[in-house]
Design a protein around this ligand. Structure first.
Ligand code: F6P
Length: 343
């Protein structure tokens, strides 16, 4: 009987997931392995829901956003008997290896299953937030930055025409990578990220002095995960304990503060899931494809507890434990690049 590799996508979806799935399936097929999609993240292993994947099933999915096998934020460690069900369903389906494609949460579960149960798992680093350690870049990030940059470019012309301040809220739960990169690329006048404390008066001062120099509009980019003075915790949490950020209203609060403090008319745009949907950039398609091939190779050679990673221009294997030990946040030297153009 042929060996079988399971493929799972967990956490928030992101452009390039289907490109990874395609690469794992094609590579497995070429090596004489069967591939099986685990449906809706870790929930598929808890519930035992699968779908066979061969070359016909992955034909044409390379440029498609989202994931053909679905995703959830299920955490088996938080469910009664969840881990036992994962192990049992994996064995009952006759799987020999699992490729888990995800961010800190999905890969955190993978790392724990490997460490505590010797579970034969390989990781692939996915997230538009780019906050996973062990890899230079996650796939999906380039697409999100491209979409956010285009939005900032569009907001520039309307801001300029109306003499307005435009606040752009971008995604980024714990790390401000999307805000910093799209803000630098789009020429933002202020960029606020979770790694840096926010002082409303300093923001207002920067905008006032810019306008005093004759610039009658400003672009402010803010990460949705920013801690703002006076912002209430909504109390909503997912199975990994994360606050539901979409209801916090970071952009709205910031916009109100700027308008009150400067007297300049201010509008707020929340980009939200537009940053995660649709077709991946060519850079993300290539990165996702390379990650998929590496993950399949690691599965076929039994190198478990590893994650495919980008180092420089090379795809290498790093330990899942190292990759999930701590988040990769924006270091001060990157923020300094953005700051050089503030005000
Ligand atoms: O983790 C990726 C991410 O897009 C974050 O940037 C964002 O905070 C979160 O997911 C949003 O999650 P959801 O799709 O569940 O609203």
């Amino acid at each position: 009987m042929a060996s079988s590799v399971g493929i799972l996508t967990g956490g928030g979806d992101c452009p390039g997931l289907n490109a990874v799935i395609r690469a794992v399936v094609r590579s497995s097929d070429a090596a004489g392995w069967d591939a099986v999609g685990v449906l809706e993240g870790w929930r598929g292993l808890v519930d035992g829901t699968f779908r066979d994947l061969g070359p016909p099933e992955v034909s044409g999915i390379l440029p498609r956003g989202g994931t053909i096998i679905g995703t959830t934020r299920t955490n088996p460690f938080k469910l009664d008997g969840g881990v036992e069900k994962v192990l049992r369903n994996f064995a009952d389906r006759g799987l020999d290896a699992l490729v888990a494609i995800g961010g800190e949460d999905t890969l955190g579960v993978a790392a724990r299953l490997y460490k505590e149960h010797g579970f034969p798992v390989i990781g692939v680093p996915k997230t538009i937030d780019n906050d996973l350690s062990g890899t230079d870049y996650t796939f999906g990030f380039d697409t999100a930055v491209t979409i956010a940059t285009e939005a900032i470019d569009r907001l520039h012309t309307t801001a300029e025409s109306h003499n307005r301040v435009m606040v752009v809220e971008v995604m980024g739960r714990h790390a401000g990578w999307i805000a910093v990169m799209s803000g630098i690329a789009g020429g933002a006048d202020v960029i606020l990220i979770p790694e840096q404390p926010v002082d409303f008066e300093a923001v207002a001062h920067g905008i006032r002095s810019r306008h005093a120099r004759g610039k009658n509009f400003s672009i402010v980019v803010v990460s949705e995960g920013c801690e703002l003075p006076g912002l209430e915790d909504t109390g909503e949490r997912d199975q990994f304990g994360h606050v539901t950020l979409s209801h916090r209203g970071v952009g709205e609060l910031l916009g109100r503060e700027i308008e009150q403090r400067t007297g300049f008319e201010t509008r707020v745009t929340v980009l939200g899931h537009v940053q995660r949907g649709g077709t991946p950039t060519s850079r993300d398609r290539v990165l996702a494809t390379r990650y998929g091939l590496k993950a399949a190779e690691l599965a076929q050679t039994g190198q478990f507890g590893q994650m495919a990673a980008l180092r420089g221009d090379d795809i290498v294997a790093v330990s899942l434990e190292e990759a999930t030990a701590e988040l990769k946040t924006v270091p001060p030297e990157w923020y300094a690049v953005a700051q050089a153009f503030f005000g």
